[in-house]
Design a protein around this ligand. Structure first.
Ligand SMILES: *[C@@H]1O[C@H](CO)[C@@H](O)[C@H](O)[C@H]1NC(C)=O
Ligand SMILES: *[C@@H]1O[C@H](CO)[C@@H](O)[C@H](O)[C@H]1NC(C)=O
Ligand SMILES: *[C@@H]1O[C@H](CO)[C@@H](O)[C@H](O)[C@H]1NC(C)=O
Length: 535
């Protein structure tokens, strides 16, 4: 969409907004210290404040922009220190950043929900959040990062409509809050390590997980979080499990084109993965010169902001550098240290790159990445094919989508050899179809009636205007589980069928007895003696 149209849309909707004469008080609560999550949310709260709403944000990544006069930010960026401490503990890091196996999938969920609970408590007790709680603002709507239940307490605290937002899909239990049906084969949990065409083992995993995760959530997670909500936000609040089911809408940064197409209820709005902040920072002179000179092609290597390259085991790093050293291409590598032992001459390292600007350079022809959603989106925007080395959360499914569209190849850190890595790189660099396919994917995804950001803002104002979205509520929310699984209907069918069978049996039995008697009455009596005669 051109800048002109975007401005046009903004002007028109500003007119409608002021026409309705509505400036709302909005609270936006985020808590996960991950820039790739927050990059999706920042434009939403910025845009809402520019449209004249009075926006308050609990932010791990505050914008700190004094020109945004209607924006108040409560800075919880200290959460990043917690993340650093966690990354220094190699056991936790290994569990969270390595690809889950069948069994560690469950273990990982147990550990993650515990960590999320700690993070929620640290957030609620944070001086900045306490500062917010001391003010007497009445909010018209509360937006909450919808990956974990605790912060939904704010919706009940301010007794106003609530909207859940995520920077990716949503966990099964989060989709349950709006009654979205999540069949384990059609719509497995977005973090499960399963591929698009699920194998039998993957289907077993997905089914077991769907049962387990709900059990754990309702038996352990919700009661634990309920205590936190009551402790910090008020003893009088309802049970957190009831509060969260009061949510009006979920805004998910997912697209049925890139993600698995799944059925969604009207209260789930798929924003279409176009939300990334499309700013393109200037490239430093030396990086630009390096790219300009690399006429034979450049490969960009980055494992994102959470899984850092310096965490790679020595053996893997050596394989990767050895392969890079003998390629006829140049390599730009995100490396979070000033020095890199054994760095080949054709490799340029830096702790940070203006990723989208870099990817859009015409000489960049391959992106080797971990499969995070923001990086995947940027690869699609810049139309660069990928090699995916997924390790955790939704990365496996994201990489699988590139593979499905013929726009990339998946490799596995556990089985990475110099030969396979080298051959895969050369294959993508020399086969034009990978670039053509990512171009096609890019066209499909960007062809939308309305940009993801405008869609998000429209729905937030919709909820403000109608004081919630009760009229969009799925009937599943009022359906007991035994009705949902048709247990009463099945019971009726089984009863009726049994009755019919029973009646048939009785009729047959009676007929049989009758026939026997008829036989005695009508068959010639001589038969029996005859029979005896023969003996
Ligand atoms: C702040 O909101 C008012 C209306 O409430 C609006 O007129 C003004 O333009 C907004 N300022 C900024 C910088 O967004
Ligand atoms: C649900 O929200 C409405 C207002 O939006 C509120 O009156 C009601 O108490 C809420 N219920 C729960 C269980 O939070
Ligand atoms: C950065 O590199 C230096 C020198 O090789 C090394 O001593 C240090 O541990 C590295 N830092 C990290 C965070 O890996």
């Amino acid at each position: 969409m051109s800048r002109l149209t975007v401005t046009g849309v903004t002007v028109i909707s500003l007119f409608i907004l002021f026409h309705d004469g509505y400036c709302a008080n909005i609270l936006f609560v985020t808590l996960f210290p991950s820039i790739s999550h927050q990059k999706v949310f920042q434009p939403i709260w910025k845009e809402l404040s520019l449209r004249g709403h009075n926006v308050h944000v609990i932010a791990t990544n505050p914008l700190r922009d004094p020109s945004l006069a209607n924006l108040t930010e409560y800075d919880i960026s200290s959460h990043y220190e917690l993340l650093k401490r966690m990354a220094n503990n190699t056991n936790t890091r290994d569990l969270l950043l390595t690809k889950p196996s069948f069994f560690t999938t469950f273990l990982k969920d147990i550990i993650l929900t515990e960590k999320f609970s700690k993070l929620s408590e640290i957030t609620l007790s944070h001086p900045e959040v306490q500062r917010l709680l001391k003010t007497n603002i009445q909010f018209d709507v509360v937006l909450v990062e919808w990956l974990f239940p605790t912060m939904a307490g704010f919706g009940a605290k301010y007794n106003c409509p609530m909207i859940g937002v995520t920077s990716l899909g949503a966990p099964l239990v989060a989709l349950d809050t709006v009654g979205n049906p999540s069949h384990p084969i059609i719509a497995p949990d977005h973090n499960l390590p399963v591929t698009r065409d699920m194998t039998f083992k993957e289907r077993v995993l997905s089914t077991l997980y769907a049962v387990y995760v709900r059990f754990w959530y309702h038996m352990v997670v919700l009661p634990r979080e309920d205590k936190l909500v009551k402790k910090y936000l008020g003893e009088e609040l309802p049970y957190i499990g009831d509060i969260e089911r009061n949510v009006s809408l979920l805004l998910l940064n997912r697209s049925p084109i890139f993600h698995r197409a799944m059925p969604v209820v009207p209260a789930v709005i798929e924003l279409g993965t176009t939300l990334v902040n499309r700013e393109r920072p200037e490239m430093e002179a030396n990086l630009k010169a390096f790219l300009d000179e690399s006429k034979q092609g450049v490969i960009y290597f980055s494992l994102g902001s959470n899984m850092k390259s310096i965490y790679l085991p020595d053996q893997l790093r050596e394989i990767i550098l050895a392969v890079f050293g003998r390629l006829p291409y140049n390599v730009v590598m995100k490396w979070e240290n000033d020095t890199l032992l054994g760095k080949p001459d054709n490799v340029l390292i830096s702790k940070w790159f203006p990723q989208l600007s870099l990817l859009e350079h015409p000489n960049v022809r391959l992106f080797i990445m971990q499969g995070g959603l923001q990086s995947s989106e940027e690869a699609i925007v810049a139309q660069v094919p990928i090699i995916g080395l997924p390790t955790s959360s939704d990365q496996l499914t994201n990489v699988d989508s590139f593979v499905k569209y013929g726009a990339g190849i998946a490799l596995d850190f556990d089985y990475l050899t110099a030969e396979s890595f080298d051959a895969t790189i050369r294959k993508i660099m020399t086969t034009p179809s990978y670039h053509e396919n990512v171009k096609e994917l890019s066209k499909l995804i960007s062809d939308q009636p309305i940009d993801g950001l405008q869609r998000a803002v429209w729905w937030v104002e919709y909820v403000i205007k109608h004081k919630g979205a009760n009229h969009l509520r799925s009937t599943i929310l009022n359906t007991p589980w035994w009705q949902y699984f048709l247990l009463d209907i099945i019971a009726l069918f089984i009863t009726v069928l049994s009755l019919i069978l029973l009646i048939c049996y009785v009729i047959l039995k009676v007929m049989f007895i009758l026939l026997k008697n008829v036989e005695k009455l009508f068959l010639p009596r001589s038969e029996e003696p005859e029979h005896k005669k023969r003996q």
